[in-house]
Design a protein around this ligand. Structure first.
Ligand SMILES: Cc1cc2nc3c(=O)[nH]c(=O)nc-3n(C[C@H](O)[C@H](O)[C@H](O)COP(=O)(O)O)c2cc1C
Length: 406
């Protein structure tokens, strides 16, 4: 359920018996990767405690429009803007009526007027209340305003009646809410990303490495996860945490990285070669510390495998994006790498702009096209790059499909 990953959900709880299911719903939304902030009406607190909702949502519960402390921390306007979706479950008949009239007499209804996010309601009530003309007219009015009505389901009710009016089960509601979001541009795709530098040992204390921080590769891993991909991040030694939901494989040397990539890459849709892999390694690794005086006599280098070029040789190759950091002749060198290594796309940046820091500016080359991305945070840039890569992959698949059909 990747569509809910990092989504910000306001879960409204109103005064109905089904409120006991809201705790399970909050837990499931979080399991799907969403951040949940619960807003309770005064009457909802008769059915489930704010303490329970706070514990399961992992955030303070919002229950008062006129709360000085809450307004100072995250005010009602901010909370309305924060939400990617407002889900009210259970939605009482009373709450629906107030929403139809555009009332703003408590925090939840006020938020619904503030927000630009989609609103979804999971009605839950006695079957006679649900069937009542007033409720049915309210449902229609809400739908006409663009509010999604999820359910209700049919069956036996807390009051002993049987009929329509049960709140949908939490698992069903999670699926419905996920469906409100468009699939990401890499939905269901399998991706391998390499990131960071490699360390090539020379002796007991020294190694060959470079200035790669891994930040660009890790930002791309996060953006790819948000876009719905399954991501394996094969990383050299770095000092940053892997994004959640990524499968991280830690490696030290170029040979380790080569082995880990080649054993996994054949089933992949996309390979992003972001790591700064050492071209050379020491022919021998001394177990002791080599004396200063003997260093130049002892040090002999040999080539490391070219990981991205090896992936490009595979019969079942994924879409391959290489990265090139250069100090001069950026365009010429990047285009040469694109052609010589048989890549599908190359992302090029000046070393002085992108290495180590939190920002980067790049130019992307593919086929006979190019696109420039101005300097911005690596996180933002990563999202834009992933969107572009997804679009080009889709266009390629479409063209290939057309060719195959001929
Ligand atoms: C025991 C009990 C159970 C109730 N269950 C529901 C219910 O399931 N659905 C509903 O719409 N109203 C139910 N009500 C009525 C609402 O609690 C009442 O309309 C209240 O004003 C709703 O307030 P709210 O919309 O601000 O949360 C119930 C009331 C009681 C006393």
């Amino acid at each position: 359920m990747k569509r809910l990953l990092n989504k910000q959900i306001v879960l409204g709880v109103t005064g109905g018996v089904a409120a006991y299911k809201s705790a399970d719903l909050a837990r499931r939304l979080r399991e799907a990767g969403a951040e949940v902030r619960v807003v309770m009406t005064e009457n909802a607190k008769q059915f489930i405690t704010p303490l329970t909702m706070q514990a399961v949502s992992g955030n303070p519960v919002h229950d008062d429009l006129f709360d000085l402390k809450a307004e100072a921390a995250m005010g009602h306007i901010e909370l309305g803007r924060w939400a990617d979706v407002i889900l009210i479950a259970p939605a009482s008949a009373d709450c629906m009526a107030r929403l139809v009239r555009g009332e703003a007499n408590d925090l939840l209804t006020t938020l619904c007027l503030v927000t630009h996010a989609p609103i979804a309601l999971a009605p839950a009530m006695n079957q006679s209340m649900w069937k009542h003309t007033a409720t049915q007219e309210n449902v229609q009015a809400l739908q006409a305003k663009g509010v999604s009505i999820l359910g209700p389901g049919e069956g036996s009710q807390a009051c002993g009646d049987i009929g329509l009016g049960r709140m949908l089960e939490p698992a069903e509601l999670v699926d419905h809410v996920a469906a409100l979001f468009k699939p990401g541009c890499l939905d269901g795709k399998k991706i391998i990303i390499t990131a960071g530098p490699t360390h090539e040992a020379i002796d007991a204390v020294r190694f060959i490495t470079n200035a790669s921080s891994g930040k660009m590769g890790y930002a791309l891993a996060e953006a790819a996860i948000e876009a719905g991909a399954e991501v394996i991040l094969i990383s050299g030694p770095v000092n940053i945490l892997a994004p959640t939901h990524v499968e991280k494989v830690a490696v030290i040397t170029a040979q380790d990285m080569f082995k880990e990539v080649m054993s996994r890459v054949e089933n992949c849709d996309l390979f992003l070669s972001v790591a700064a892999v050492s071209d050379y390694r020491s022919k021998t690794i001394a177990t002791h510390k080599i004396a200063k005086i003997a260093f130049t006599e002892v040090l002999e280098l040999e080539r490391n495998p070219d990981i991205v070029a090896s992936v490009a040789q595979l019969k079942n190759r994924p879409f391959i994006v290489g990265f090139a950091a250069e100090t001069d002749n950026l365009e010429v060198k990047a285009k040469a790498k694109l052609v010589n290594k048989k890549l599908d796309m190359i992302v090029a940046n000046e070393v002085s702009v992108g290495m180590r820091g939190d920002e980067n500016a790049v130019t992307v080359f593919w086929s006979d096209q190019q696109r420039e991305f101005l300097k911005k945070s690596k996180r933002k840039l990563a999202r834009e790059l992933i969107k572009m890569i997804g679009d080009v992959m889709t266009a390629n698949a479409f063209t290939k499909g057309e060719m195959d059909a001929k």
